[in-house]
Structure formats: C-alpha cells, structure tokens
Design a binder for this molecule. Structure first.
Ligand code: 5RP
Length: 224
C-alpha cells in the first residue's frame, strides 16, 4: 500500500468509532479527508445521525458537500469524539500538528472533546519530535519581531508561504515554522512559545490524545 492507501485505511477504520447521535470533531488534512468521505457514506447509506464540528473552513466545505450536518463550536456544549490527523507522534504519544495550518482550531476542538483520536500512516510515528517543522501561529501585528526573537533563540524560523504571499490561517494569522531537528523537552518548548507575546498557538499537542490508529502494511493498528 502506498501512503494514500494507508491514509484511506485509517480514515475508514476511524469512522467505525462514530455512533448515532454523537457530536463529532472533524480534523483537517489529507488523512481526515478520507475519513470525512467515509463518514459521508455512512450518513448517506445508513442514515447515521451525527453533528459535526469542524477544525477548518476546508473541512466544513467538504463535510457539508457530503450532507453532514455541521454546527458552530459555540452551538455545542461538548464534543463526544474528535478524529484528526497528525504530523509526528513520538513514542510517548506526544504530537506535532499544524502541517495543514489548522492547529489553532484543532487545539480548541481537541480541548472540549471527551475522546480524542489521531489517524496517521506509519511514516508519522517517530522516536523523538522535531524533524517535522514545528508550526507557530502568530497574529500579523508585530509578527516580524516574533520571527526575529525566534531566530535569535536559534529556532531557525521560516514563514509559511502560499505562493509568493505569507500563508493566512482561518483566523487570518501567519504561521512561522521552526526547524528544530529535535525537541528534547516538548513541555518546556510549549511553555516558552505560548508565553511569547504575539503567539496565538503552537503545534505541540501534549498529553491530549486517547487513541492513535496507525496505518500499517498489514492493516490498521490501534494504540491506546
Ligand atoms: C492540519 C494538521 C493535519 O492533521 C496534519 O498536518 C496531518 O495532515 P495529513 O493528514 O495531510 O498528513 O494538523 O493542521
């Protein structure tokens, strides 16, 4: 199986955890796209009755086009289960997310979810976080100064680009990607970043996930 087939495999496996009547958080990214397609099939073919809360405008558009009912996050008082992708997952289940630029809404949705699941192909499983660039979402005002501070700390920042323009998130913010190589202390890094003025959120998702479904050549593996 190639990487897309593994993504499709875990997307389909995850949808089996969605039960009638649930409020479901829908993540963002190419793996989640497969999951939302499979969810759309269940809604259409089985009459599965769920409410979705999305983590990006992209996912909203896809879900609505498939007939999935979407509510605004502030219209629900909790989320039963959120299924999202990830960019890196370490041996101790810590993660980097935000490769698709949706980290802020993704973390807010994760925060009110009773159960939180990641779906990944096996290439995302690593021993230590940091090979994947760590995304940091910053508001546009004074963003160059935040960038300069990150550079001075030796974090090798680059602007996330969209063609020749800086990438804009669904909140109209910028993303700065940190090229760290390895992150020895993810908790300390998370604390440092969140306390920098101008930083809205970072892509370290620590002590959050309940289950990971990993797409392997011999089938999906569920890790708890
Ligand atoms: C988007 C994310 C994605 O979940 C993450 O980038 C994984 O994406 P993909 O499934 O395309 O590999 O965090 O902000």
């Amino acid at each position: 199986m190639d990487q897309n087939e593994l993504k499709s495999l875990v997307g389909r496996a995850a949808v089996e955890y969605i039960k009638d009547g649930m409020i479901v958080g829908l993540g963002t990214g190419s793996t989640v796209r497969y999951m939302v397609d499979a969810l759309g099939e269940r809604v259409k073919n089985e009459g599965l009755n769920i409410i979705g809360v999305t983590t990006s405008n992209r996912t909203t558009k896809q879900a609505q086009s498939l007939g999935i009912t979407i509510k605004d996050i502030d219209e629900v008082d909790h989320i039963d289960l959120t299924i999202d992708g990830a960019d890196e997952i370490s041996d101790d289940f810590q993660g980097i997310k935000g490769g698709g630029g949706a980290l802020l809404w993704e973390k807010i949705v994760a925060d009110i979810s009773k159960h939180y699941m990641w779906i990944v192909d096996e290439s995302k499983m690593v021993h230590q976080l940091g090979t994947f660039p760590l995304p940091v979402e910053v508001i546009p005002f004074g963003a160059q100064h935040v960038f300069n501070k990150l550079a001075a700390k030796g974090y090798q920042p680059t602007w996330r680009m969209d063609g020749d323009q800086r990438y804009r998130t669904d909140e109209n913010d910028y993303i700065i990607d940190l090229h760290l190589g390895k992150i020895d202390d993810p908790q300390a890094m998370a604390e440092e970043l969140i306390h920098m003025v101008g930083v809205v959120e970072h892509g370290l998702f620590l002590n959050r996930v309940n289950d990971v479904i990993v797409g392997r050549q011999n089938g999906p593996e569920i890790l708890h």
